[in-house]
Write a protein that binds this ligand. Structure first.
Ligand SMILES: Cc1cc2nc3c(=O)[nH]c(=O)nc-3n(C[C@H](O)[C@H](O)[C@H](O)COP(=O)(O)OP(=O)(O)OC[C@H]3O[C@@H](n4cnc5c(N)ncnc54)[C@H](O)[C@@H]3O)c2cc1C
Length: 336
């Protein structure tokens, strides 16, 4: 907020099943109206190249071989690779053993099909990592790592603090709050969660949490010194959320070094991959020299998309639809 004024944002229409059906129904209806023929249960295996141009795909349908020829272009939109442990080992080993956020078919096959015809890949090590930390609780609290140190503004998007907690901090990461902080969270946003530990002093709480007592007490002292003036000099949390934390204190575990579940809810980190085929602004797939591979487009999670470090929700469907549209247009017009 010191650089730009954040705008209120949201990306989930109020509909059942997280509203995914709303989006997919609209896309499928539009495709049908445009005269698209859909072939389901067909698995693409490899790209067909003739005279340096991608001109189709080899596929199987219930074990039977099929070939699809494309006169103007092929678009890969096969999703990420979180379900492919071999690729995870190779490209994003930090995600091995974490739970997978996927439909079970993010096997990276489209990325490898592209690589087989010379495509470059980008940001293959980047992953989204989420875990259960209640945002409304965290924002009024201190997120501390295994050294008893705060490491981020607790007001940022959860995708950012979860990523930082899981991949960059010494575990265990805890949410440290006081009684008033818990009372301030509306019932509907607390999901019935009670703290795992509660104590009259921060030193006792540290002992319960397995944190270094002196370091945690010092972190609290520094946090409260700024908070008395409504400031967070260390990370710039908005004054709206900053208040000195007073005893009694409470601690909530996180999936970063904490138990796998708590209060009956899973805490274990889960995620998906963000890297993929290197594409340009026209969604053309580029080779290792940065040249567009004739006839080949890609969009969505099988490409590197917009992401750098840390995930912001909405940017999957956002960049998938934005670049998907460009890929579709390019392939229809044969501009690849
Ligand atoms: C629970 C959950 C919540 C999410 N919430 C959000 C959110 O709020 N906002 C947001 O932006 N994103 C969200 N995401 C992420 C987003 O849904 C995905 O990143 C996005 O769907 C990726 O779209 P895609 O079309 O690239 O790939 P996918 O949706 O994975 O589709 C790829 C398709 O290709 C098929 N396929 C793969 N390989 C082959 C092959 N060789 N041959 C034929 N078909 C193949 C797959 O079966 C699949 O149907 C969420 C994801 C999950 C799981």
């Amino acid at each position: 907020s010191s650089i730009a004024r954040p705008a209120a944002r949201g990306h989930r229409p109020p509909a059942p099943n997280f509203a995914g059906n709303v989006l997919m129904d609209a896309l499928v209806a539009t495709a049908r109206k445009a005269g698209v023929t859909l072939h389901c249960d067909v698995r693409a295996r490899s790209l067909i190249v003739a005279d340096g141009r991608v001109v189709g795909v080899r596929a199987t349908e219930f074990g039977e071989e099929r070939e699809y020829r494309a006169t103007r272009g092929v678009v890969l939109a096969t999703g990420g690779f979180v379900d492919n442990d071999r690729m995870l080992e190779q490209w994003a080993p930090q995600q091995v053993g974490k739970d997978k956020v996927s439909d079970g078919r993010d096997d990276g096959s489209g990325i490898e099909m592209g690589m087989d015809v010379g495509a470059a890949v980008r940001r293959m090590h980047q992953t989204e990592t989420a875990m259960l930390i209640i945002p409304r609780l965290a924002v009024g609290a201190m997120l501390v790592d295994g050294d008893g140190q705060r490491f981020i503004n607790e007001e940022v998007y959860p995708g950012l603090y979860c990523h930082a907690a899981v991949h960059h901090r010494r575990p265990p990461v805890w949410v440290i709050i006081d009684e008033k902080g818990i009372e301030d969270v509306p019932e509907s946003e607390l999901w019935g969660m009670q703290p795992m530990h509660a104590a009259e002093t921060i030193e006792e709480l540290a002992a319960d949490c397995g944190l270094p007592a002196e370091a945690l007490a010092d972190t609290l002292r520094r946090y409260n010194a700024g908070a008395r003036d409504g400031q967070d000099p260390q990370f710039g949390k908005s004054s709206r959320w900053v208040r000195p934390l007073e005893p009694p204190f409470g601690a909530y575990p996180t999936g970063a070094g904490g138990p796998d579940s708590f209060n009956g809810l899973p805490l274990k980190p889960q995620g998906f991959t963000l890297g993929g085929l290197h594409t340009d602004l026209q969604s053309r797939v580029l080779d290792r020299a940065g040249e567009a591979i004739p006839g080949l487009f890609a969009a969505g999670r099988c490409t590197h998309g917009l992401h750098g470090e840390g995930y912001i929700s909405g940017t999957s469907l956002g960049d998938g639809s934005f670049f998907g549209r460009r890929a579709g247009r390019g392939a229809a017009q044969g501009t690849g």
